[in-house]
Design a binder for this molecule. Structure first.
Ligand code: AMP
Length: 502
């Protein structure tokens, strides 16, 4: 049997040729037949450029239906899709081109990068679409095995070099099938798709659920709160990052009526705060379903579709996925203890591209992958994330899990959002700093007053930075590395003591 994921898509497309697949912001509709045709055209162009089994196609283009077709065409010809964040500059892209050594680079603008380069629109020195228009569409689907690569996703790489996570056809297929079943996906579902498609969330989780069930999606070029409110009434599912939900709640136009026909709101890619979960339920009556995943693994855990969705938790391991919590020595910890989250299953990637050492470091001998996240699993199997390992603060030799402190800071009157970081400190090694987003003035003492009696002294912030808004990337993740840089000199080495209000 052909394990090429595109063979699965192709079968669905063939059954739904006249059904709308993509509805665009300008009112245009692409049927499944349209998407299949565009894919076949681009597949012909890729093949004519010699792209075949295992060849990398690096792509940095805006989110359009053609860009989705390009992903599908790459799978169809047996290539390996390598999407890049559209914000990357040419000099940043140079690293990825060097690392991935692709056969082709498809980009939004004409650029000379020493790799065969095409654009995806009608213009530019080499337009892939123009090339395709001179060729017969190609509907042949390359045969691929379970373990063959389908995509490489570069991790965001806030520390060190960005690593390419190698995902196989079996990884993508199994995770998509699992999510479709777990979230009760229906062929009449309409997904509101406002996520970027260079990332696991928008490209795999969201698109695959639609394309494998013959359902449809409203395909917006980017997140825009007004557009979301305009289109939600004709949708049954929204997949978003937490910022989608906080922005929706910030709009007076976001009323319960807007959400009447929505059956499922999914959140992931960054922690959803309890405040947002509760405020959303209060406003709309819907309980957001939070799930947890990453580029290397696709989705690992999810709150249930029918059971209790608990704020601040990421639910249960998905069917077929095993999750365990370990200490530094690799021993599995009992229920409730905090440690490193490790996962194993058909969703877990096959390693980092051209980094065998790094791959060996991150996998246990029994096949578990060390996610780099910290968390706990309760006796019933429900998982909670307390932060990234690299965000753990060790103050005076004691572990401070940022999430625990952030949850309490979020209850301080006037606080909208918070992030806890560690910065170098002469006495303690690291000291806890609270970065607080608020519209009103907040002092360290206001925070300490709330934390006292609830949190051991060593976990309490020794400094505070007030900001209007926390810096977040496109996936809603707080950029703690940016905050650490800003605050790094707060407790300079010649200035003893622990005062230092930032
Ligand atoms: P990425 O590879 O860009 O998708 O980032 C994956 C990381 O995002 C994970 O390792 C987690 O640290 C974080 N993440 C994803 N989903 C959640 C969630 N629901 N809650 C907290 N962190 C999350």
């Amino acid at each position: 049997m052909n394990a090429n994921l595109f063979a699965r898509f192709d079968a669905v497309f063939g059954e739904h040729l006249t059904k709308p697949c993509l509805r665009l912001a300008n009112g245009d509709t692409w049927t499944y037949g349209d998407l299949q045709r565009e894919t076949a055209c681009l597949a012909a162009a890729l093949r004519s450029e010699g792209v075949g089994h295992g060849d990398r196609v690096v792509v940095r283009v805006p989110k359009t239906p053609e860009a989705l077709a390009l992903y599908l065409a790459t799978l169809q010809v047996g290539g390996v899709y390598v999407p890049l964040n559209t914000d990357y500059t040419d000099s940043e892209v140079a690293y990825f081109l060097d690392d991935a050594s692709p056969s082709l680079f498809i980009t939004g603008n004409d650029t000379d990068v020493g790799v065969a380069t095409f654009t995806l629109d009608e213009h530019g020195g080499g337009s892939l679409k123009q090339l395709a228009s001179s060729l017969d569409p190609d509907s042949q689907v390359a045969t691929r095995g379970d373990g063959d690569l389908a995509a490489i996703l570069y991790t965001s790489g806030t520390t060190g070099r960005s690593k390419g996570a190698m995902l196989t056809h079996a990884n993508l297929t199994s995770n998509a099938d699992t999510l479709i079943a777990y979230w009760g996906w229906r062929s009449d579902d309409v997904l509101l798709h406002a996520l970027p498609i260079y990332h696991v969330h928008g490209l795999f989780v969201a698109s695959h659920c639609v394309l494998l069930t013959g359902s449809s999606m409203i395909f917006l070029p980017r997140f825009d709160v007004e557009a979301l409110i305009e289109h939600l009434p004709s949708c049954s599912v929204l997949m978003g990052v937490p910022t989608f939900y906080t922005r929706l709640l910030g709009s007076a136009l976001f009323t319960p009526e807007v959400t009447t026909d929505v059956r499922l709101f999914v959140s992931g890619s960054a922690p959803l705060t309890e405040q947002t979960f509760n405020a959303f339920e209060h406003r709309t009556g819907h309980r957001i379903l939070e799930r947890y995943g990453m580029s290397e693994t696709g989705m690992n855990t999810s709150n249930p579709l029918d059971g209790e969705r608990i704020a601040g938790t990421v639910g249960y391991p998905l069917p077929g996925v095993e999750v365990r919590i370990t200490n530094d020595a690799g021993a599995t910890l009992p229920a409730g203890d905090i440690g490193g989250i490790e996962v194993r299953g058909p969703n877990v990637f096959s390693g980092y591209w051209r980094m065998p050492e790094k791959t060996r470091e991150e996998f246990r001998d029994d096949g578990y992958f060390k996610t780099g996240d910290m968390g706990r699993v309760d006796a019933g199997g429900r998982c909670t994330i307390v932060g990234r390992e690299k965000d753990l603060v060790i103050s005076g030799g004691l572990n401070v899990y940022p999430k625990e402190v952030e949850l309490l800071i979020d209850t301080v009157a006037g606080v909208i959002d918070s992030a806890v970081i560690g910065v170098p400190h002469p006495d303690f090694g690291e000291a806890v700093i609270a970065v607080v987003a608020s519209e009103v003035d907040i002092e360290l003492d206001d925070v300490i007053a709330v934390l006292t009696g609830k949190l051991a002294r060593f976990k309490q912030p020794k400094g505070l930075l007030r900001v209007d808004e926390l810096p977040r990337n496109a996936m809603g993740k707080v950029q703690k590395n940016v905050l650490r840089e800003i605050c790094t000199d707060r407790f300079s080495w010649d200035e003893q003591g622990d005062s230092g209000v930032v």
